[in-house]
Unconditional design. Structure first.
Length: 327
């Protein structure tokens, strides 16, 4: 892509906040649950989307704003999809309890397996794309090895559903956010796990009575953010004992039960989130102040993703199935 070439190998400072609509894409026939730019720099014009309409699509979201491929391997809503680190494979899971690893070029299934529960989140292991972790409508989170189609570890928590999974740097530990908010305390809302031993490291991380539909890691500092159903994002240390930063709360958007995603800009200076009223909000990471509010969608905006290479390109998606690219 001609647009991306000048930025390959360069270090940039992200100062511009996206505000102008570049592409308006509306080929999905149901809510878009997840969007993700291809992590390989040379292929980063490609955007992946997973939808309740049972399909996964790959778009040229930089040059043309058109659909390149549609994958229809699921027979129920696709809740989660991820690029592999090489950008050649797509891992997906859905409400049909199926897991698929698809060759992005040919559309063929490299790996398929029936899971024991409906899937709501999955993540590749950070340093090995043959291993992934998935969670959903179950007290268990499972680690799979694609090479032998086997579950290699089971992480057991007294919860009904896992909402999101976040690997901490190096992959030795990961976090799960769950829907377990008990009456007397909010233990188990965020749980830290040891990846190798499957031992629970901590379930006393977040003590407010709100579920956290999404988690995101800062690209440079040892912190992560949890999106909460209290209509704010909370900041935590990503090192034990994962303490909350009580001085910083990112407020001003609405969640209202939607799985609203949040993400840091590649340089870590901005925090972006969708909002159930269709807006996209940009926060200064250091001050927690709102820098800009974008009236992006008519329906709930559930995800906003910064482009990994182009300094001021942003993709957003909504509950009506629309995807928009901003610059």
């Amino acid at each position: 892509s001609e647009l991306i070439k000048p930025y390959l190998g360069s270090k940039y400072k992200l100062t511009e906040v996206p505000k102008n609509l570049v592409f308006h894409i509306s080929e999905h026939n149901g809510p878009v649950n997840e969007i993700q730019w291809c992590p390989v720099r040379e292929q980063s014009r490609m955007l992946l989307s997973a939808s309740m309409d049972k399909t996964i699509k790959v778009w040229d979201a930089v040059d043309a704003g058109c659909c390149l491929k549609t994958y229809s391997c699921h027979y129920c809503a696709v809740r989660a999809a991820q690029w592999s680190s090489c950008g050649r494979r797509i891992l997906s899971g859905g409400f049909d309890s199926m897991l698929h690893l698809t060759d992005a070029e040919t559309g063929k299934q490299i790996f398929s397996s029936k899971n024991e529960f409906r899937i709501s989140t999955l993540k590749f292991y950070p340093t090995d794309s043959n291993i992934f972790v998935c969670g959903g409508f179950s007290p268990e989170v499972k680690a799979w090895d694609i090479r032998n189609c086997q579950v290699i570890r089971v992480y057991k928590a007294a919860v009904q559903q896992t909402l999101d999974i976040l690997f901490l740097p190096e992959g030795k530990e990961f976090l799960t956010s769950t829907d377990a908010v008990s009456r007397d305390s909010a233990d188990r809302t965020i749980i830290a796990w040891d990846f190798q031993s499957a031992a629970k490291i901590s379930n006393q991380i977040f003590h407010e009575r709100y579920t956290c539909p999404s988690l995101t890691l800062h690209p440079k500092e040892s912190v992560f953010v949890a999106q909460t159903n209290g209509n704010y994002m909370a900041l935590f240390s990503s090192q034990r004992p994962y303490r909350i930063n009580k001085k910083k709360r990112y407020e001003g958007h609405k969640v209202e039960g939607f799985a609203v995603g949040c993400e840091f800009s590649p340089d870590g200076t901005l925090l972006v989130t969708g909002s159930s009223d269709g807006k996209v909000l940009f926060y200064n990471y250091h001050t927690a102040r709102i820098i800009r509010t974008l009236s992006a969608h008519r329906e709930a905006c559930v995800s906003a993703a910064f482009h990994p290479v182009l300094p001021s390109l942003l993709a957003t998606c909504d509950w009506a199935g629309e995807i928009k690219i901003w610059q």
